[in-house]
Structures are given as structure tokens and as C-alpha cells.
Design a protein around this ligand. Structure first.
Ligand SMILES: NC(=O)C1=CN([C@@H]2O[C@H](COP(=O)(O)OP(=O)(O)OC[C@H]3O[C@@H](n4cnc5c(N)ncnc54)[C@H](O)[C@@H]3O)[C@@H](O)[C@H]2O)C=CC1
Ligand SMILES: CC(=O)C(C)=O
Length: 259
């Protein structure tokens, strides 16, 4: 198994895409550190991972707070005896017209989506260097990191920023053989999309479910994405087959945005 025995930390692992990534990496033999702001969700996923026979530890942390990210990485290393992969997956959505968005809303989403990714990159890279080893940094981007979407403008801006950080960090850490890449899903049927759909409905008057259906109808492969679809790409980025890839933000969207 490609990442057998490696230690992987996944943020936002209490549900959705993060949970799917954690389960997939555990199935490939990795030891898993689960990070989220919700302890109850972490416990549930930890039980699923234990049932697969993998080693697992949990840590409640807010990725927008650098000290908490540092504590989570230290905790993973201490509990699991190493540190090889970080998946900076935690993120929030925001549906708002540019004409109506407030400073508070902008600050909140940039703090979690952009600073959360930045602290994850910074802390993980420092840990790899201190341990004298190589490592893999994998960030959650989006189709919205390649194209701005109406009513998702600020969210899109955060994901463009994630793509920029992925490229810059790849260049800064390449000499240390630390790779930095990102996955860019399209429309994944998680709670995030339930919330996006509900907010579109509030703002535009669309029926509940209509926006989601409209987006899914635009997918060439004809179905919504699953967390497992995303996890397959992340397993590749976490393993040795991607050792020669860095700085890339890879679209995995069933055919929505073509670059
Ligand atoms: N669902 C989708 O269609 C897409 C999602 N993405 C990205 O994938 C990532 C995961 O998305 P989903 O699983 O759909 O979201 P989700 O909303 O289902 O799950 C997000 C998880 O992150 C946790 N979280 C939120 N704020 C946090 C914080 N400050 N610190 C730590 N954990 C926090 C939540 O508690 C939750 O468990 C996000 O970065 C999102 O932007 C990208 C493209 C499409
Ligand atoms: C949630 C997300 O990234 C989109 C645009 O679907």
C-alpha cells in the first residue's frame, strides 16, 4: 500500500469531504489524525476508522487560529509517532451578492479558508523540516478557485487565494522536497451544498433544491460528485506516485470547468 504506515492529518474531518479523505487514507494503511471544531463529529469518524483497523487520534482545533493548528500538528506527531501528510481541507461557504457582503462576512471566510490553509502549510512545513524529512501538503481548492461564480464571489476569492498559496508554497519548499498541491472539486453532495442551496433560495427566490439541481445538470458526467471521488485524488496526492508533482490545483469536477 502506497501510504502504509504514514501519518496523515486531515482538517475539517468531522464530516463531508474530510471524512471521506480520512476513511480512504486509513484504508490505504495510513495512521490518521482527525481535526475539526466539532468534537462529537470527530468521535464518530474516529470510531469508523478504528473499525478499519487503523490507528487514529482526534484534536479539536479551529484552523483559523495558528496556535491551535500548531497544537494539532504536535498532538498528531506525539500520538501517532510521526508526521508525513497534511490535508488542509476545512473550509466554509458563503453565498452573498457582492453588493451586500459585509466586512464581518469577508473577515470570517478569509480567516478560515485562507488563513486556515496558510497556517496549515506553514506549521506542517516547519514540522517536516524540523524532523529532517520530506512531506506532502494538500489543500482544498475548488472549481471556484479557477472561475468566479455569481453569489459565490467572496468564496471564490478565498479559493483563488488557496491556489496562489499552493503555487507559492510549492516554489518555497521545493528545495526541501516538500510538495504542495490542491484538489478542486465541483459539486459534492455534502452539508456545504445544502447550505449553499438554501442561501441561493433566500437571495434569489429559487425553490429549495433548484440551485443544486441546476449546478448538477451542468456536469458533463451527469451526476453530483461524492466525497469518495475527491478522496481518490487526495490518496494519489498523498502517495509516492505524485512525488514529481508540485504547485498544482487539480480539477476533479466531472466536467464543469475546463483548464
Ligand atoms: N462540497 C462541495 O461541493 C465543495 C467543497 N469544497 C471544499 O472542500 C472542503 C470541505 O467541504 P465539505 O466537506 O463540503 O464541507 P462541510 O461543511 O460538509 O464540512 C466541513 C467541515 O469542516 C469543519 N470546520 C468548519 N470550520 C472549521 C474550522 N474553523 N476549523 C476546523 N474545522 C472546521 C466543519 O465542522 C465540518 O466538519 C472545503 O474547503 C470546501 O470549500 C470545494 C469544492 C466543492
Ligand atoms: C462549494 C463549491 O466550491 C462550489 C463552487 O460548488
Amino acid at each position: 500500500m502506497s501510504i502504509d504506515g504514514k501519518v496523515a492529518l486531515i482538517t475539517g474531518a468531522g464530516q463531508g469531504i474530510g471524512r471521506g479523505i480520512a476513511l480512504r487514507l486509513a484504508k490505504e494503511g495510513a495512521h490518521i489524525a482527525l481535526v475539526d471544531i466539532r468534537n462529537d463529529a470527530l468521535s464518530a469518524v474516529a470510531h469508523e476508522i478504528e473499525a478499519l483497523g487503523a490507528r487514529v487520534t482526534t484534536c479539536v482545533a479551529d484552523v483559523g487560529d495558528r496556535a491551535q493548528v500548531q497544537a494539532a500538528v504536535d498532538h498528531a506527531e506525539q500520538e501517532l509517532g510521526g508526521f508525513d501528510v497534511i490535508v488542509n481541507n476545512a473550509g466554509i461557504a458563503q453565498v452573498q451578492a457582492i453588493a451586500a457582503v459585509t466586512p464581518e462576512e469577508v473577515e470570517r471566510i478569509f480567516r478560515i479558508n485562507v488563513q486556515g490553509t496558510l497556517w496549515g502549510i506553514q506549521v506542517a512545513a516547519a514540522k517536516f523540516i524540523a524532523r529532517g524529512q520530506v512531506g506532502k501538503i494538500i489543500n482544498a481548492c475548488s472549481i471556484a478557485g479557477h472561475e468566479g461564480f455569481a453569489l459565490l464571489g467572496v468564496y471564490s476569492a478565498t479559493k483563488f487565494a488557496v491556489r496562489a498559496l499552493t503555487q507559492a508554497a510549492a516554489k518555497e519548499y521545493a528545495s526541501r522536497k516538500i510538495t504542495v498541491n490542491a484538489y478542486c472539486p465541483g459539486v459534492v453532495g455534502t452539508d456545504m451544498w445544502v447550505e449553499i442551496d438554501r442561501r441561493f433560495s433566500d437571495i434569489t427566490g429559487a425553490q429549495v433544491g433548484e440551485t443544486y439541481r441546476k449546478y448538477v445538470d451542468g456536469i458533463a458526467l451527469g451526476r453530483a460528485e461524492t466525497a469518495e471521488d475527491v478522496a481518490g485524488l487526495v490518496a494519489y496526492l498523498a502517495g509516492p506516485d505524485s512525488d514529481y508533482m508540485t504547485g498544482q490545483s487539480i480539477l476533479i469536477d466531472g466536467g464543469m470547468v475546463y483548464r
